[in-house]
Design a protein around this ligand. Structure first.
Ligand SMILES: NC(=O)c1ccc[n+]([C@@H]2O[C@H](COP(=O)([O-])OP(=O)(O)OC[C@H]3O[C@@H](n4cnc5c(N)ncnc54)[C@H](O)[C@@H]3O)[C@@H](O)[C@H]2O)c1
Length: 353
């Protein structure tokens, strides 16, 4: 039997992974305790997505387990042992701002939870591929010292800079910058995933996400900006833009494009490899541009206000360079540009709200 374990299975990336891999594996075990509702309130609850997956996929089994609990996780790994061929670890506390409220909880979920999963993989299924969804926040606020130019609707990197063509690559320093408590707990996990590859020889891959997005995000004010923005335009809720004149630039990768990266990695995994994984030059926007696009698709104006103070450690301009992944996996192709992603999100939201 071929089994995949997917943590955070009711969330954006976890649920996309369940859908993608359910046709490729005999059994998918999803681990999710809906802690997103604890982090972000009812806007963040992923219960609806869990129920959708249970109804739709007969080979999907949901486990309401907390990844901080080594013994509960251990029972699952012990049951399937070497049948486990793939672990996609996408459960997390995902917000900078929330992390500062409860650093111990944040570190427990992001760092210790990841170590629990790595150690169980080493004990029960060392041949499995282990995929970790990291974040560009591991670079801290170092991207903010790049030479940026202010344009009418966005910040952009100076044309003469080496990052202009493709974006920021994996060689950027992860050291001596402000990461936020969230960025630091994710970095601890990121390095540990690399170490289980380099030191123990496990097939581990780290994917440092830019903005990950798609129709199955339970967007909340503190996390999931495109999803929450689109939701506000659709429902008429108020939106707040924080700092940088609304010109901060994010690259946005559709969850399906990211999960397709996982598929390519799984088929030919490497040990302790790190990849930047965002929309890249193909799919990125500033806050102001995103508002315009959403308004156009919804044919409605957003009610929003602007606060001068930016979020602590927030990037002003971040675009991921995907060249390293593309060179290792040349058959992977990005399908969703920003418009296609936004239309996909809009079509799903008008059914949900
Ligand atoms: N969405 C983004 O923009 C983005 C950007 C960069 C990196 N990432 C990373 O990608 C991963 C997936 O992000 P997402 O957007 O799918 O997040 P998400 O919040 O939509 O999904 C995460 C899921 O994990 C679950 N979870 C949280 N704590 C748990 C625990 N202790 N035990 C079990 N389940 C728990 C939550 O209930 C939620 O359903 C995360 O590691 C996140 O840090 C996300």
């Amino acid at each position: 039997m071929k089994v995949a374990i997917i943590t955070g299975s009711s969330g954006l990336i976890g649920s996309e992974s369940v859908e993608f891999f359910s046709g490729k594996f005999d059994k998918i075990i999803g681990i999710d305790n809906n802690m997103r509702a604890y982090f972000f309130g009812s806007d963040g609850s992923t219960e609806w997505n869990k129920n959708r997956l249970i109804e739709k996929y007969s080979n999907f089994k949901h486990e309401d387990v907390d990844i901080r609990n080594f013994d509960d996780l251990g029972k699952i790994f012990k049951e399937y042992c070497e049948d486990i061929k793939l672990i996609i670890h996408a459960a997390a506390q995902p917000s900078h701002d929330w992390a500062a409220k409860e650093p111990l909880t944040d570190f427990g979920v992001n760092a210790t939870g990841t170590l629990n999963l790595l150690e169980l993989t080493r004990i029960y299924c060392p041949e499995a591929a282990f995929i970790y969804t990291s974040t560009n926040k591991v670079y801290g606020d170092t991207p903010n010292v790049l030479p940026l130019v202010e344009l009418e609707k966005r910040w952009e990197i100076d044309k003469s800079h080496t990052y202009f063509k493709e974006g920021i690559d994996e060689k950027m320093s992860i050291d001596q910058s402000k990461h936020s408590v969230f960025g630091a707990s994710k970095l601890a996990a990121d390095v540990m995933v690399q170490e289980y590859g380099k030191y123990f020889g496990l097939k581990t891959g780290v994917f440092r996400g830019g903005c990950l997005t798609g129709p199955n995000h339970s967007g909340a004010q503190l996390h999931g900006f495109l999803s929450y923005l689109m939701k506000c335009v659709v429902t008429g809720n108020h939106y707040t833009v924080f700092g940088y004149k609304g010109k901060q630039v994010r690259d946005n990768i559709h969850s399906l494009d990211l999960v397709n990266m996982f598929w390519h990695f799984f088929q030919n995994p490497r040990q302790g490899e790190v990849y930047n994984a965002g929309g890249g030059r193909y799919a990125n926007c500033s806050m102001l541009e995103a508002i315009e696009y959403c308004e156009k698709i919804c044919e409605k104006k957003l009610s929003y206000s602007y606060l001068e103070t930016n979020r602590i450690g927030d990037h002003i301009w971040y675009i991921s360079d995907l060249s390293k992944f593309k060179s290792h996996y040349p058959d992977w192709h990005q399908k969703y540009d920003l418009q296609t992603t936004l239309i996909d999100m809009h079509n799903s939201m008008i059914k949900r709200f």
